[in-house]
Design a protein around this ligand. Structure first.
Ligand SMILES: NC(=O)c1ccc[n+]([C@@H]2O[C@H](COP(=O)([O-])OP(=O)(O)OC[C@H]3O[C@@H](n4cnc5c(N)ncnc54)[C@H](O)[C@@H]3O)[C@@H](O)[C@H]2O)c1
Length: 312
């Protein structure tokens, strides 16, 4: 059944893929975004939505724009390791004031459910030697991760006290066409394309779990349908790869001549001190029968062959 759906951060990387999927499925979509990194929604899809250059920190705007909607995807955020390190107050304000405004708008406008983009960053150093499940103790330390964790708890409180349903999805390093160079994969791809050194912070032994965008959107859609109450789900590919191996893979797949250059990690890049991080999607699989399955090499080839241009 066609719904009217409010998407914050809908012009961003993940938001724009989500908006495209929602429009393809026949939903009416209203997007609020301040376009920090330009507009990543493709022109054809853009013509079919209602777009507002509006800030989630503006309570009146959120209240007005979400009127008549059935569901909210709250994806607006300030992110990127360096961006967050340089702008911790804006990062936290966007998260915390934004979430308060979105919940207020949902309650006032009778919107029953919110999907919120949380992060695997909240696990911090807590799971060095195991794939992380939603039940382990979290250890958020950056302004970004602490605010995301606060919001997860705020959403649980909102359900307990006011009956507002929510799903917090903890994304594990999502990548795909249209992503910009704040993130490691597009940065390495661009360096490889130009045959410039691939710059790796630290030893490159740190591992991450990279999840392809189409798998991510599929998981979000299935969870939105299934979940009642207030829940937290990992969306992870369940494979760890070291940043050094990622750099080598990208050089090989791009047939590039780039050398790999190891740089000392600036102390503000706290995130790079997390030695290992990879996630379990078992809980997701248990409720939806689906888990991300697009392998890294396959996903990187999709990005390399995509006509989608990066924005900013
Ligand atoms: N990309 C990842 O690997 C990843 C990992 C974990 C969590 N997440 C979360 O997923 C969500 C989407 O991330 P993304 O990769 O698409 O990032 P993105 O930066 O491409 O998109 C975020 C969008 O939010 C918008 N925005 C920022 N502040 C705003 C404000 N005050 N009001 C309205 N709009 C605002 C930006 O303009 C941008 O278009 C974010 O909440 C992010 O924290 C992403």
């Amino acid at each position: 059944m066609s719904k009217k759906i409010f998407v914050t951060g809908g012009a961003g990387f993940i938001g724009s893929h989500l908006v495209q999927r929602l429009v393809n499925e026949g939903h009416k979509v209203v997007v609020a975004d301040i376009l920090l990194r330009g507009n990543k929604i493709n022109p054809e899809t853009f013509r079919k939505i209602q777009f507002h250059q509006a800030d989630v920190r503006d309570s009146a705007a959120m209240l007005e724009l979400s009127k008549g909607c059935d569901l909210i995807y709250h994806f607006a955020a300030v992110l990127g390791v360096d961006v967050v390190a340089d702008n911790p107050v804006e990062t936290m304000d966007t998260e915390i004031i934004g979430m308060r405004n979105i919940c207020h708008a949902a309650l006032t406008n009778g919107i029953k459910k919110i999907m919120y983009a949380s992060t695997s960053g909240i696990y911090g150093h807590s799971a060095i030697d195991q794939t992380v499940t939603e039940t382990i103790n979290v250890d958020p330390r950056t302004s970004y991760a602490i605010a995301k964790r606060y919001n997860e708890i705020y959403l649980a409180a909102m359900y307990q006290e006011k009956g507002l349903e929510s799903i917090s999805v903890r994304f594990f390093n999502i990548y795909g066409p249209g992503q910009d160079e704040r993130m490691v994969i597009p940065r390495f791809l661009e360096q490889a394309r130009k045959n410039k050194p691939i710059t790796v912070y630290g030893t490159g032994e740190q591992t991450r779990d990279f999840t392809y965008i189409d798998d991510t959107i599929e998981a979000c859609m299935l969870l939105t349908e299934k979940i009642k109450g207030s829940e937290i789900y990992n969306i992870a590919n369940e494979h760890e790869i070291s940043i050094r191996d990622l750099a080598e893979k990208i050089v090989a797949l791009s047939a590039s001549k780039s050398p790999i250059q190891f740089l000392e990690s600036p102390s503000k890049r706290y995130d790079y001190e997390v030695g290992r991080r990879w996630g379990s999607s078992e809980k997701l699989f248990g409720i939806t029968g689906f888990k991300p399955g697009i392998g890294l090499e396959e996903g990187l080839n999709y990005v390399l062959n995509s006509p989608l241009k990066r924005v900013v």
